[in-house]
Design a protein around this ligand. Structure first.
Ligand code: C2E
Ligand code: MG
Ligand code: MG
Ligand code: MG
Length: 290
């Protein structure tokens, strides 16, 4: 039960917080990783061109004991500023791998999972071998995972970034360029690294039907991505009309509140059952053997 103090507490976005709260949150985050206050939500992605795929993006949630749910973008910012991002990403990756293994053992076929990593992670020497080590201990193939990256302007070491990227790619991981069209997620970024997927930022998608300019940007981005042989995903779809338009434009995957909101893992399993019917006995057996 909530105390009245908690009930009236309203979390303030990071930019209006005091430095004190910021520092305290950073300390609390260290404990949260240990204490089990972190959770991965899954947001389904509707695959139009590979309908047998059952894809989702995992999104971190931090249930702070007194502040409540902290906006994830703030959690990531704090983690990046304090160097906690390494252990946070490690937690996210192992949780995502373990949930994926569970889904496959339950018999779901075609499971694909997209995981957000920070561009900072890729500039840490040894990141790729850590990730490969974590994955290999699960026995899962790498090519069912897509690592979503947004470009950062604070890249300390390009050479290390490049090396991590290449090693993970050679191991089979796929890469998506996230939030395409905003900030530093640009054409040159798409050109410099072997991405296999491009995600159009939701700021272009959500309201596109009321804004011919945005619609033009989305349509040009889709055709460019197709010519570059990239899988193209639109995020932030909130209504049917937008979904229909994006289908007609030739998007491969659709993601947004209009299809499903991010949800706890147990709800995602229920969603899979409802949407995609019975499980495959065969897949359950072959995976349980490994
Ligand atoms: P993102 O990777 O672009 O993730 C999509 C965000 O858009 C999610 O916010 C999702 O809840 C939201 N979203 C999806 N569909 C809709 C829609 O139709 N309408 C609206 N208004 N929003 C929609 P969320 O979960 O708050 O995450 C924010 C950002 O935080 C993510 O943006 C990603 O950059 C970062 N993030 C989330 N989880 C992780 C993580 O585990 N690791 C890292 N490094 N970053 C993460
Ligand atoms: Mg993402
Ligand atoms: Mg992002
Ligand atoms: Mg995004």
């Amino acid at each position: 039960a909530k105390t009245s103090q908690q009930a009236y507490h309203i979390y303030q976005p990071l930019e209006v917080q005091s430095q004190g709260l910021h520092v305290r949150l950073a300390q609390d985050l260290v404990n949260a990783i240990e204490a089990g206050d972190l959770e991965l939500y899954h947001q389904p992605q509707i695959s139009l061109t590979q309908p047998e795929d059952r894809a989702s993006e995992v999104l971190l949630r931090w249930h702070h004991p007194t502040e409540g749910l902290i906006p994830t973008i703030d959690v990531i910012t704090i983690a990046e500023q304090t160097g906690l991002i390494r252990s946070l990403t490690r937690w996210v990756l192992s949780a995502a791998f373990s949930q994926t293994k569970t889904l496959r053992q339950l018999g779901y076929c075609g499971i694909r999972v997209s995981i957000n990593i920070s561009a900072n992670d890729l500039s840490h020497r040894g990141f790729s071998s850590d990730v490969i080590g974590l994955l290999d201990s699960t026995g899962l193939p790498a090519d069912i995972f897509t690592l979503e990256v947004t470009e950062s302007m604070h890249l300390s070491d390009q050479a290390v970034f490049q090396q991590n990227f290449t090693e993970l790619r050679d191991h089979g991981f796929l890469f998506a360029i996230d939030d395409f069209g905003t900030g530093y997620s640009s054409l040159s970024y798409a050109n410099e690294h072997p991405f296999s997927e491009l995600k159009i930022d939701r700021s272009f998608v959500t309201d596109m039907l009321n804004d011919p300019k945005r619609q033009t940007i989305v349509s040009a981005t889709v055709s460019m991505a197709k010519k570059l042989k990239l899988i193209v995903t639109a995020e932030g779809i909130e209504d049917d009309a937008t979904a229909e338009t994006l289908k007609a434009l030739g998007c491969d995957k659709l993601q947004g509140f209009g299809f499903a909101r991010p949800m706890p893992f147990s709800d995602y399993q229920a969603w899979l059952n409802e949407q995609q019917g019975p499980l495959s006995e065969h897949a359950a057996k072959s995976d349980a053997e490994t």
